[in-house]
Design a protein around this ligand. Structure first.
Ligand SMILES: Cc1ncc(COP(=O)(O)O)c(C=O)c1O
Length: 388
């Protein structure tokens, strides 16, 4: 070996720097009212996934403290050893009741859930059919399954049907269709009715990632898979839930199987009581937040209409996630900087997070935003456009 063992790191970082894609972490302090303080400046935050403003809610904070005082700081073991506190089981029953499923299982994070659920459901002889715009955690989970994975065209049920027809008699141990319900970078929705019908027609599994729908969409805010024939709906509590953690909502049998065969669940310490407390409080609040959900949808529709009228492209978004798609990476980064100069935090999203040529500002609305903040946002967009 002639090269330093760190050469690949130097090369990668230099390449990122050269192509303008070097990313770095920025420190900030969260403030109430969907704002943050960055280097002494207060910015309106249009980049967070705190869609209902629950991360600052007093009930979540109180219950985090209450659970810590009652149960301690940590779970102290993995779930199957001695890390399943009674309050965790109670939480899983409460969630299953709300979701209308037989059972639910709490995971430590959405990423952990996705990278471990798919390898548990698929064996090497399975076939996973995955929406082309699925989140990185689903892509990595499918890869870890070590089975064949075919991406289907985004939200294209005809393409999926064709793939199912072509592959149904090829001897696969099982077919697994996986999609997000609200797509994280585009804010559009999967047609879960059509996907569920297809999955049933072909005897395939349907797994749905509800990370960006949980709390915001569906009956009582319980997601778009709620009430549909979906074999496994996963979701997270780190977005509209305001804190952290994830879940799989499924049948009792599937839960039993996961408890025994899902290694990402089995070999990891359970969530700390403080987090379980925040999830419990969020589940008490979310069903009663219909007004906030309606407001969020109304504001998102209005913002899209305003941006579209000003010539901005918001793609197929129909939810609280509104991408402003510019395509060009440099232009997107410079727009994000201009917005920041005008008091708006709206992060530029670039490849590889989105496909090449799809650079965008990803706006996410929160019920915690005020009308003034939304006005400042549109003013900043139109101001930035005029100074191009
Ligand atoms: C669609 C989707 N699934 C899963 C995750 C991972 O969830 P978590 O942040 O809880 O790890 C994310 C996070 O960005 C996501 O957008």
């Amino acid at each position: 070996m002639t090269q330093s063992k760190f050469a690949f790191i130097d090369q990668t970082l230099a390449e990122r720097e050269r192509s303008g894609r070097l990313r770095a972490l920025k420190g900030l302090s969260p403030l109430p009212g969907a704002r943050v303080r960055v280097k002494g400046r207060v910015l309106d935050n249009f980049s967070s996934n705190d869609y209902l403003g629950l991360s600052m809610h007093p009930l979540l904070r109180e219950r985090a403290i209450e659970y810590t005082e009652r149960y301690g700081a940590g779970a102290a073991a993995s779930r199957l050893i001695c890390g399943t506190m009674d309050c965790c089981l109670a939480l899983e029953s409460k969630l299953a009741d709300l979701k209308g499923t037989e059972a639910a299982l709490i995971f430590n994070s959405g990423y952990q859930a996705n990278v471990s659920l798919l390898p548990a459901l698929a064996d090497r002889r399975s076939l996973i059919l995955s929406d082309r715009l699925n989140h990185n955690s689903l892509i990595k989970g499918a890869m870890l399954s070590r089975c064949r994975v075919i991406p289907f065209r985004h939200n294209d049920t005809d393409h999926l049907k064709k793939l199912l027809e072509e592959n149904m008699d090829k001897g696969y141990s099982r077919l697994i269709v996986v999609t997000e319900s609200v797509f994280s970078m585009d804010g559009d929705c999967a047609d879960l009715g059509a996907l569920s019908e297809l999955a049933q027609d072909f005897g395939a599994w349907l797994m749905v990632d509800e990370a960006h729908a949980m709390g915001v969409m569906g009956k009582r805010g319980m997601g778009l898979a709620c009430g549909k024939k979906v074999d496994l709906a996963m979701g997270t509590f780190g977005k509209a839930g305001g804190s952290f953690g994830a879940y799989a909502a499924c049948s009792r049998k599937v839960r039993d199987y996961l408890v025994n065969c899902c290694s990402g669940f089995i070999y990891s310490t359970g969530l700390p009581p403080a987090v379980l407390g925040t999830i419990d409080a969020a589940l008490d609040l979310i069903p009663g937040l219909d007004e906030e959900r309606t407001l969020l949808q109304f504001r998102a529709d209005r913002l899209r209409a305003t941006l579209n009228a000003g010539g901005f492209n918001t793609g197929d978004s129909v939810t609280q996630i509104i991408p402003v798609i510019l395509g060009d990476e440099g232009g997107t980064v410079s727009l994000s900087k201009k917005l920041e100069e005008n008091g708006i935090l709206a992060t530029a999203i670039r490849p590889p997070t989105v496909p090449s040529g799809g650079s965008r500002i990803r706006l996410s609305l929160s019920a915690a935003h005020t009308r003034d903040q939304l006005e400042r946002l549109t003013d900043a967009f139109f101001g930035a456009k005029d100074t191009k």
